[in-house]
Design a protein around this ligand. Structure first.
Ligand code: S3P
Length: 170
């Protein structure tokens, strides 16, 4: 039996790397639906990610994030932008491997990520530069297990989306 490749693209990577921006552009090009996991969580809970973290804690957030991931993965075709921590939760990682689809790690330097996240208050896990760097370091072994790695450093999001588009068609 020939198994068709799933028409699902998961974009992963650290906060500030451009998953949402690139995901929207990519979905437009492919004419596929775009699902931003954080946005679906916020609209489902009627609360911002920061408020969910503050009021219910990270463990609760990870539970609803997992449920949102499973729900989003029922849509096919789709481009799904994960949150920065989604792919590094072992159960989510296993789920994505088993479910199928293409995984793309968007990557850029720590300095650039810091620059993009500093001064914004919508990311509860951006506390200080040191813990930000540590968290990235801890997550790299997971991110490296994606099918593809693409740099977003000093690059036009259109160009990044184009590169992923080519990969998805090859
Ligand atoms: C998180 C990243 C955020 C959001 C939540 C937790 C993380 O998503 O899911 O604040 O664990 O890195 P973005 O990567 O879209 O900022």
């Amino acid at each position: 039996m020939i198994r068709r490749r799933k028409q699902l693209i998961y974009l992963l990577g650290f906060m500030g790397v451009g998953k949402t921006t690139v995901g929207e552009l990519l979905a437009q090009r492919l004419r596929w639906p775009f699902i931003d996991l954080d946005a679906t969580i916020e609209s489902g809970q009627g609360n911002t990610i920061r408020q969910i973290f503050e009021q219910a804690g990270e463990a609760f957030f990870r539970d609803i994030e997992r449920a949102a991931l499973i729900e989003a993965s029922k849509t096919e075709p789709a481009v799904i932008a994960l949150g920065g921590g989604t792919f590094v939760q072992p159960l989510n990682f296993e789920y994505i491997q088993e479910h199928g689809g293409m995984t793309v790690w968007l990557d850029c330097s720590l300095e650039e990520l810091r620059r993009r996240c500093e001064g914004k208050d919508d990311r509860p896990l951006f506390r200080d530069p040191e813990s930000f760097a540590r968290l990235l370091e801890e997550r790299l072994p997971y991110y490296r297990r994606a099918h593809f790695r693409i740099s977003t450093e000093s690059r036009d999001p259109e160009e990044v989306a184009e590169e992923i588009l080519r990969l998805s068609l090859s």
